[in-house]
Write a protein that binds this ligand. Structure first.
Ligand SMILES: O=P(O)(O)OC[C@H]1O[C@H](OP(=O)(O)OP(=O)(O)O)[C@H](O)[C@@H]1O
Ligand SMILES: Nc1nc2[nH]cnc2c(=O)[nH]1
Length: 200
């Protein structure tokens, strides 16, 4: 067991009950699985087959879009049978909220990773598409040889980019509910869940 330095003698009494089901750490009690682990794994397998079947004329550079893309990228990369290099881009607009705000850039793509390379962006979810479209635009400006986007899930609703921008590959479609698991967080937690959940 991990050594817990916050022992009883040092614990600060915040006056907070640690059990309410509204706390993010307890939220599974109020959630339901909307895509099973098996269905997620099957979808990732299928995406890998589609990417493996592409005819890239040179190694593919894969960008994991942090943080949400981490779980998906980890699961997908092990199934790719073509030579890839990997790095990350970090942009976020939800934070701990369930409604998107303005996009914040933390790590932008570097020119030498993109210019003249076949590039694949990997993210967990295409919701309103603002994040992926902005990242794809930033990458296009650096003149890749080709640029494609793959997401684990595409959320079904009509609030998509007016430009018509959409990912090249999407593993699953999900209903218009706030979801978590498989890289997606609920108030910063539960990205580690191997299935996709939504609140009941
Ligand atoms: O299609 P959109 O409506 O733009 O939303 C999709 C984005 O939202 C999430 O990121 P978030 O900003 O929550 O940051 P995170 O990756 O750290 O969870 C997710 O990982 C996508 O990148
Ligand atoms: N965790 C999570 N992040 C998102 N970012 C955009 N949509 C969602 C969503 O439904 N869940």
């Amino acid at each position: 067991m991990a050594k817990d330095n916050n022992t009883e003698s040092t614990q600060i009494d915040t006056g907070k009950d640690t059990h309410p089901t509204s706390y993010p750490e307890n939220i599974l009690e109020k959630a339901e699985i909307i895509v099973s682990e098996q269905m997620v794994d099957e979808a990732i397998n299928k995406l890998a087959q589609q990417i493996n079947a592409q005819d890239y004329s040179a190694p593919l550079h894969v960008f994991c879009i942090m943080n949400g893309g981490l779980y998906f990228a980890g699961q997908l990369l092990r199934l790719l049978t073509i030579p890839v290099s990997v790095s990350y881009i970090h942009a976020t607009r939800y934070g701990d909220k369930t409604q998107g705000q303005e996009l914040q850039w933390l790590v932008k793509p570097k020119a030498d990773e993109i210019h003249n390379h076949h590039v694949m962006l990997l993210d967990d979810i295409f919701d309103e598409g603002i994040t992926l479209e902005a990242i794809a635009k930033e990458c296009q400006a650096l003149k890749p040889r080709s640029l494609q986007c793959t997401v684990l899930v595409d959320k079904e609703h009509t609030r998509k980019p007016l430009s018509g921008f959409s990912p090249d590959f999407a593993g699953l479609t999900v209903p218009d509910r706030y979801i978590f698991g498989c890289g997606m967080d609920f108030k910063g937690l539960w990205r580690n869940l191997p299935a996709i959940y939504a609140l009941k």
